[in-house]
Design a protein around this ligand. Structure first.
Ligand code: ADP
Length: 438
């Protein structure tokens, strides 16, 4: 179920982000092509103007000079003197575009008629040229046409009307293949970049949604495990009760009562744990003096420890300890869990020390026993629900929920529990409660 959901979320997330990426990439590409085209046209105009002015300065136009101009600029030049094409127009290199040049010139002649007093710089445009049969013709051209006055005396303003019949007409055709190649290269680059962006986004979406789903999946697994463990724990007392009712051995009522109490303790623990975890359990917070609180617990618990021949020791700080805000019932529950564990896992003749101290901005309650101790690799696991270290499995009154409950109670008070080894053997549990917790 989670795998399918993961794939679906990945697809959705990737589609949305790729859509946004494509939109911006296309917008950027359009803007960039527009600028490129404008710059290309400007550069052609500039070359064209330079060409016109250099022709204007010539007294005589030689083939050599014109061929050199063409070669330098990569243009096709066409010249008409008072409407008559120069011989230069018919040389070999012009063959592929000669027809086009004639067409443009004819259209220019019409424009001259329409343009009235302004025959200069009549024509500038971009045009597509159909490919020649031998494929030699460029696909697109830029064209510029201008009337150039080659005489010495007339000023440009005077030239416009007086000289238009006798002027030298220049047509420049510039192939655009390089420019279009540049455009295609840019589009290809954009395409490749967008494609790699998409691959990256799919990978990102997969990892991102996987990360989002992980806590939900873990939570569901924990819930399932919890239900399985709880059912397992409840099955044993129920089986004992059923067999006691059927067989009715001596004192069977007592057995049933004990098992019912066991079940009720288990159900209580599970309920408290669930409520603490989903924060539906409201703590009854009130100021609490840690030293008198710990003294009370010590006095209540000491007889129980003595019954098992375990010595109890209480260490309180000499200086006054500030009070903390806490739910005294829950805090007591926490310390009793630690003390009961300490008594359960400490052999007779050994001792348990209950200690209060302040460290940094915390008030610390510590339960240190001289019992069997906890292996390092078990130290984190013992706080998991229903976790019991193997060697204590046989103990019927232990469900493996105590420390988990204790940790949740500490967390509800913004505190924490740490476990370490007691010097000389045993385990030490230290609970840290922040002083400024309100
Ligand atoms: P349980 O009800 O089994 O005591 P807990 O959650 O309180 O459940 O403890 C989990 C496990 O941690 C226990 O089964 C036990 O193996 C280990 N443990 C807890 N406290 C101690 C201790 N003081 N000394 C040694 N082992 C302990």
């Amino acid at each position: 179920m989670f795998r399918k959901l993961h794939y679906k979320l990945t697809g959705l997330c990737a589609l949305i982000t790729m859509g946004i990426l494509f939109l911006f990439a296309i917008l950027y590409l359009c803007a960039s092509e527009h600028t490129l085209k404008e710059n290309h046209a400007l550069s052609f105009q500039h070359d064209f103007d330079t060409l016109c002015s250099s022709l204007e300065q010539q007294q005589t136009l030689t083939y050599r000079y014109l061929l050199q101009l063409e070669k330098n600029g990569g243009f096709y030049l066409f010249l008409w003197d008072s409407g008559t094409p120069l011989l230069f127009n018919s040389i070999d290199s012009h063959v592929p575009v000669l027809g086009l040049a004639q067409e443009i010139h004819a259209s220019y002649q019409e424009n001259v008629a329409d343009a009235g007093d302004d025959p200069l710089r009549l024509f500038y445009q971009e045009m597509d040229v159909p490919p020649a049969e031998d494929g030699s013709c460029p696909i697109s051209m830029q064209a510029g046409i201008s009337m150039i006055y080659t005489g010495q005396t007339a000023a440009v303003s005077g030239l416009q009307t007086r000289q238009k019949e006798n002027g030298l007409v220049l047509l420049v055709l510039s192939p655009q293949d390089d420019f279009f190649r540049q455009l295609s290269r840019q589009r290809l680059l954009f395409g490749l970049l967008s494609l790699s962006g998409c691959l990256f986004l799919i990978l990102f979406a997969y990892l991102f949604t996987g990360r989002l789903l992980r806590p939900i999946r873990e939570n569901q697994e924990r819930q399932l495990q919890f239900v399985a463990n709880a059912s397992h724990e409840l099955r044993t007392p129920l089986a004992v009760i059923l067999s006691s009712i059927d067989a009715r051995p001596p004192h069977y009522e007592r057995t049933i009562r004990e098992e019912v109490l066991r079940m009720s303790r288990l159900v209580d623990s599970m309920l408290t744990l669930t409520n603490l975890e989903d924060h539906s359990l409201k703590l009854q917070l009130s100021p609490l003096a840690p030293d008198t609180f710990l003294l009370d617990i010590y006095e209540q618990f000491e007889p129980l420890a003595l019954q098992k021949n375990i010595a109890m020791n209480l260490i309180l700080p000499e200086e006054a300890v500030p009070s903390i805000l806490a739910d005294s019932d829950r805090l007591k529950q926490l310390l009793l869990i630690l003390l009961q564990n300490a008594v359960s896992y400490t052999p007779p003749g050994k001792g348990i020390t209950l200690r209060l101290f302040s460290a940094d901005r915390y008030i610390c309650f510590q339960v240190a026993d001289q019992g069997i101790g906890i292996d390092d690799h078990e130290k984190e696991k013992i706080f998991e629900r229903f976790y019991r270290v193997d060697r204590s499995h046989h103990q019927k009154e232990h469900f493996g929920l105590g420390l988990c409950l204790a940790r949740e109670i500490a967390a509800a008070h913004h505190g924490r529990i740490e476990v370490s080894d007691t010097v000389g053997g045993g385990s030490t549990f230290t609970c840290y409660f922040p002083l400024e917790f309100k």
